[in-house]
Design a protein around this ligand. Structure first.
Ligand code: CP
Ligand code: NVA
Length: 306
């Protein structure tokens, strides 16, 4: 049977995502009640990082531990991958030693080549193109706070980056709308976002217009990891795309604000928004832990009735 991976959001159907959201709630609830739950005893997760991380590393490592398994952190700089060992060879070897692999890297092609040679499930912990684990946690957070996301409107302000692409994929699968506003020259590239083409997003020249009547306003850094050389140009181009109180005001009174973090107050978001009453960024970060536990449980054990 083909191994199931989570390399981009559309690797899961609406039904599978619904199951993972439901498991996230159950697993989180048990954790909050201090009930041990060790379905992944004796299972090992390898985490391969080619870019920096705080939340992704911590949530996968702590999550695997809490499910009874073990996690091994590999930084490509300290492995033979950093000295030119082919990713296909690394996949053949690593997947014979562990039960599941998470990779944070540059091009999506790298993780796909790894998965093609892996005997075990591969999870995308962020690539230049996508950040599916983050959107899993973000949507769990939305559901927890406000209920079903179907039919709702998410305003994406800023760069058409890995986060934006993943929101767009999620909108098609879960049937909600995304209002996107990017500076000229940084628009969504539908092919790179790998959309089904179901028109679940609309582009707005003015970020204020994108935020009107939105149920959720969200943004991310102006310069993603790997694009540091473009930082100066981006600071200039994105100056009018800071999520501020005026943008939140034209949304709804109960509109949520999310940011995957790390954030730069005074750049992509005003301090009064990220630290304000509509912001759920800490809940969002915490849900990485629970959503990824549900994801690993599903990839390793399939659907369970517990
Ligand atoms: N949001 C997120 O993925 O954070 P890290 O880069 O700290 O893992
Ligand atoms: N878009 C950001 C997300 C960081 C979690 C990046 O890729 O650097």
């Amino acid at each position: 049977m083909a191994v199931k991976h989570f390399m981009q959001f559309r690797d899961f159907t609406r039904d599978e995502l619904g199951y993972v959201f439901q498991r996230t709630r159950i697993i989180k609830d048990r954790f909050k009640r201090y009930q041990p739950y060790h379905p992944l005893a004796d299972r090992t997760l390898a985490m391969i990082f080619e870019k920096s991380s705080t939340r992704t590393r911590l949530s996968f490592e702590a999550g695997m531990h809490q499910l009874g398994g073990a996690a091994i952190y590999l930084n490509t700089r300290d492995t033979q991958l950093g000295r030119g060992e082919p990713v296909e060879d690394a996949a053949e070897v690593i997947s014979r030693m562990v039960d599941i692999v998470m990779i944070r890297t540059f091009e999506q092609d790298i993780i796909e080549r790894f998965a093609a040679h892996s005997r075990v499930p591969v999870i995308n912990g962020l690539t230049n193109e996508y950040h599916p684990c983050q959107i899993l946690a973000d949507i769990c957070t939305y559901i927890e706070q406000r209920g079903d996301i179907q039919g709702k409107t998410v305003a994406w302000i800023g760069d058409s980056n890995n986060m934006c692409n993943t929101w767009l994929q999620a909108a098609e699968i879960l049937d909600f709308n995304v209002h996107v506003s990017t500076p000229p020259g940084y628009e969504v590239e539908p092919e790179r976002a790998n959309l089904f083409g179901t028109d679940h997003y609309e582009s707005f020249a003015d970020p204020i217009d994108a935020c009107r009547a939105a149920d959720l306003v969200t943004t991310d850094v102006w310069t993603s990891m790997g694009f540091e050389a473009e930082n100066a140009a981006r600071q200039e181009a994105f100056a009018d795309w800071q999520v501020d109180a005026d943008m939140m005001r034209v949304a709804r009174p109960d509109t949520l604000f999310m940011h995957c973090l790390p954030a730069h107050r005074g750049e992509e978001v005003a301090a009064e928004v990220i630290d304000g009453p509509q912001s759920v960024v800490w809940e969002e970060a915490a849900n990485r832990l629970h959503a990824q536990k549900a994801l690993m449980e599903y990839l390793l054990l399939g659907r369970i009735e517990k």
